[in-house]
Design a protein around this ligand. Structure first.
Ligand SMILES: Cc1cc2nc3c(=O)[nH]c(=O)nc-3n(C[C@H](O)[C@H](O)[C@H](O)COP(=O)(O)OP(=O)(O)OC[C@H]3O[C@@H](n4cnc5c(N)ncnc54)[C@H](O)[C@@H]3O)c2cc1C
Length: 408
């Protein structure tokens, strides 16, 4: 009897789904649902390829492993070892949910929670991936003071206003005051974090988790032919290496170069030793005698040379710590590219979803455009993308997050 009512339920569900499917096919041509191929009776993916294992690719891998369990094969194809490639490997590591003007960004708190969950998972394998459990944004003008005081007033659980004396005691720099960002806001060593996150994916299913190093000129059509699903999250490599044979201009994104200076100090005695932001940033590295100063925003095709980089960084960060600029020795200049999405009504939000450019693989998804918000957004957007992949259909996700198809 119980068995028979179960069968009846399944039958009724199938009829309802069929009717819904027909209803969907009568949507107006401009509705997102009608543009997306609807697969009613899809099967779950079993063999997934992810091209690019930076913040975007690894967050997606983790959420897919959690959703689909140990039996799904997840292969990450990357040009580099874990944590050593792309923008992620040169990021400042600053995690917080506010815009430069101190406004809470769209999905900022959901993003913070999601990234904190990923950090918990990564920390089990790499406890040193968190460098500081707070950071400081300082005010350099009266306008900044008003903006940051408002942030502290509206979001007291994350931001605390500090008058100049208190700011100096807390982080060694004075300015006109500033906010301390805490309670889930962190300074992360992104390379160590990604290594920890990959370990978390791998230990859930060691036999079915593969990291494969590839050449930039890989024939992707051939390489991905045996996979049922392909996710493209290769950061600027998507365009520089012509993975889709497409240019960044074919998407609502532009590539913005970021160069940073790693400085070495003979002793850490006078260095502020905290992460401080004011347009540019000065942030600690795992070695206590080293500090990272970042980053340029370069739109021109020719990169700034070393002197040009130091000049731009010094102009905007000298006041954070004159000591670092006077006494520090340059170890190296690092370079990376932000894939910066076009600004819309919610600011710069990432690009996720079924790819129209499926000439490489018939079932492809895209994850790019993390802009300068990789840490706050990779968790939540990787989570949403993995739901699309599991459902093999964007419809229900678009009902919950209608703005996510902004780029289509
Ligand atoms: C200088 C700088 C500082 C930043 N600081 C911060 C910060 O403090 N906080 C913050 O939230 N965000 C920061 N960002 C932004 C953040 O780094 C990015 O948003 C984020 O790293 C993008 O992640 P991604 O996975 O999309 O791309 P990427 O990090 O670029 O990862 C792409 C991956 O794909 C691989 N790949 C590339 N080409 C190929 C190919 N042809 N085949 C296979 N694999 C390939 C790469 O090796 C890499 O592993 C910064 C960015 C820059 C440039």
């Amino acid at each position: 009897m119980k068995y028979w009512s179960g069968v009846q339920n399944i039958f009724v569900s199938l009829v309802v789904m069929r009717v819904l499917g027909l209803a969907r096919s009568f949507h107006s041509p401009s509705s997102p649902a009608s543009r997306t191929p609807v697969k009613l009776f899809s099967t779950k993916p079993e063999n997934i390829a992810i091209v690019g294992g930076g913040l975007g690719g690894l967050s997606t891998a983790y959420h897919l492993r959690q959703a689909l369990g140990q039996d799904v094969h997840i292969t990450i194809f990357d040009k580099c070892n874990v944590g050593e490639g792309g923008a992620s490997s040169v990021a400042g590591g600053l995690l917080h949910p506010f815009s430069p003007k101190g406004k809470l960004i769209n999905l900022g708190l959901e993003g913070l929670e999601s990234t904190n969950n990923l950090l918990e998972a990564a920390k089990k394998h790499n406890p040193d991936c968190i460098l500081r459990d707070r950071l400081f944004r300082i005010a350099l003008s009266e306008k900044n003071v008003d903006q940051l005081k408002l942030t502290a007033e509206l979001h007291p659980e994350y931001a605390t206003w500090l008058e100049p004396d208190d700011l100096e005691k807390a982080c060694g720099t004075s300015a006109l005051g500033g906010i301390a960002l805490e309670n889930g806001c962190y300074v992360i060593h992104v390379t160590s974090y990604l290594q920890g996150l990959w370990e978390a994916v791998r230990t859930m299913s060691p036999e079915k988790s593969t990291w494969q190093i590839v050449d930039p000129d890989t024939d992707w059509k051939e390489t991905l032919a045996s996979f049922d699903t392909a996710i493209f999250s290769a950061g600027s490599g998507l365009f520089h290496d012509e993975i889709f044979q497409k240019d960044a201009q074919d998407f609502p994104v532009e590539l913005v170069r970021g160069q940073s200076a790693e400085m070495h100090l003979e002793s850490d005695a006078s260095y502020p030793n905290e992460a401080i932001l004011c347009g540019k940033y000065m942030t600690p590295l795992p070695d206590p005698n080293k500090v990272l100063i970042g980053a340029t925003h370069e739109y021109k095709s020719e990169p700034l040379d070393e002197l040009g980089v130091l000049d731009e960084l010094k102009k905007r960060s000298y006041d954070i710590s004159p000591f670092v600029w006077e006494e520090g020795k340059l170890d190296r200049v690092t370079i990376g590219y932000r894939v910066q999405s076009r600004r819309g009504k919610f600011g710069r939000i990432p690009i996720i979803g079924k790819s129209k450019h499926n000439d490489v693989h018939p079932n492809s998804f895209l994850f790019t455009g993390l802009s300068a918000r990789g840490l706050i957004y990779h968790g939540i957007y990787g989570q949403i993308l993995s739901r699309m992949v599991v459902e093999n259909d964007e419809t229900s996700v678009l009902e919950d997050y209608p703005d996510i198809s902004w780029w289509k």
